[in-house]
Design a protein around this ligand. Structure first.
Ligand SMILES: Cc1ncc(COP(=O)(O)O)c(C=O)c1O
Length: 406
């Protein structure tokens, strides 16, 4: 077997022959030889989500494809045959190699990557490490997830500093508008700016590179909450010009649950002070203690699976489906789409608010038809996640059900 065919075999592409024999010979299962429709239909069949269930909530938790489950399962079986020898031997080495896979995926170096359990943990590690003077400010928005805020609250309360939350307009219309809001809220007291790369409420893709041009010269730490980004849009930490970037493996990357990683810029790395990182950023170290090698190896498999499909192809697919969904939603009375119009600020998420109906009642009515959507907290709206396995027919089914529900 060539190494490519070996990879495809391991990744589960070739293993799916019995599922869709109508797609032709074995070589036609290679993603780059397949049409989008054939590929994404095949991917849908790699999920354990029952055929009639329409899953539109990857933003909360993503469904792992068979290839990822198989990677975890195989690693667990190997581990259980000789636990300590494997954990600190061959499997341990494969776990360490996942940091390199992550680094390749986000254009960083392996030493910059810390394996975490989720976004919350990564962001809290950064927040806890920064040294503030009484009166200093951490700037963020009023649309951040609680998992990002918890570390900020801990560190500001303990150091007599403040969190300042700026309001982002809904919908946000463009990069200039965002930059204006940021400029208006920065002051000499601002020590750190924390923003979501992809907004958890609206799916707005934050223009980090432009923002860094404002924060860098002022020496303000720029931290990205990347929970909603990797797996649906390309992430290049050097062009985003962030000092730290935290994410979860179990959302759009479709990886094993309780996996994640934190990128820390080399200049900031010595400033990350926690008992957990006392012995460095290695997957296993004296200060990390024993890790779950099987799920971490599964995260590596999930990332490689995305790379094999093509990161740009996935981004385009998510955007196409969300554009279709958005257009259809805009025809419904009583609905206001709150996700951006501007494609350069958009991804696979589309959200709306409801004029008369209640968001949780609508979600329940859809759930009764096996359509799963997210109830947005704090506003009367819902969020729809259009990952690569969602089709236009799925969107039609959702919009028709929503139209009945409201
Ligand atoms: C923007 C954002 N940040 C942080 C989190 C928390 O993620 P986790 O529970 O994986 O730490 C979420 C979860 O939805 C999120 O959307």
């Amino acid at each position: 077997m060539t190494s490519r065919r070996q990879f495809l075999h391991q990744a589960g592409w070739l293993g799916l022959v019995p599922v869709l024999p109508e797609l032709g010979t074995i070589t036609s299962y290679e993603p780059d030889l397949m049409t989008d429709d054939a590929l994404f239909a095949l991917i849908r069949k790699q999920l354990l989500i029952p055929a009639n269930r329409l899953y539109l909530n990857t933003g909360s938790l993503g469904p792992s494809p068979l290839v990822v489950m198989d990677a975890v399962h195989a690693a667990m079986r190997e581990l259980e045959m000789n636990p300590a020898a494997e954990n600190w031997g061959p499997l341990g080495q494969r776990m360490e190699a996942v940091r390199e896979i992550i680094a390749g995926y986000i254009h960083a170096e392996q030493e910059d990557i810390l394996l975490t359990r989720n976004t919350t943990e990564g962001l809290s590690l950064v927040a806890q490490s920064i040294v503030l003077e009484p009166g200093d400010e951490i700037l963020t928005t009023d649309q951040e997830h609680g998992g990002a805020l918890v570390g900020l609250e801990y560190t500001t309360q303990n150091q007599g500093a403040h969190i300042r939350k700026m309001s982002l307009p809904l919908p946000t219309t463009g990069t200039d508008q965002i930059l204006e809001v940021i400029r208006a809220n920065l002051s000499d007291k601002t020590k750190m700016l924390l923003l979501s790369h992809v907004n958890t409420i609206t799916g707005l893709v934050m223009p980090f590179a432009e923002i860094a041009k404002i924060t860098r010269p002022r020496g303000i730490l720029l931290v990205a909450d990347g929970a909603q980004a990797p797996g649906q849009i390309p992430v290049d930490v050097s062009s985003l010009a962030v000092d730290a970037y935290a994410t979860s493996g179990h959302k759009w990357l479709l990886g094993p649950k309780e996996t994640g990683f934190l990128y820390v810029h080399p200049d900031l790395r010595p400033g990350i002070r926690s008992a957990f990182t006392q012995s460095g950023f290695a997957g296993y170290s004296a200060s990390s203690g024993t890790r779950n090698v099987a799920t971490i190896i599964g995260l590596g498999a999930a990332i490689q699976w995305h790379q094999e499909i093509g990161i740009e192809r996935i981004r385009q697919r998510c955007l196409d489906i969300r554009n279709y969904c958005r257009e259809r939603l805009q025809t419904l009375p009583g609905i206001e789409v709150i996700s951006p119009d501007d494609e350069s600020l958009s991804c696979g998420i589309v959200s709306y608010t409801l004029r008369d109906a209640k968001n949780n009642e609508v979600a329940q009515k859809l759930k009764d038809q096996d359509i799963i959507i997210k109830v947005l907290p704090g506003i009367n709206g819902n969020r729809i996640s259009c990952h690569l396995f969602v089709s236009k027919e799925d969107v039609d089914r959702f919009v028709e059900a929503l139209s009945q529900a409201i």
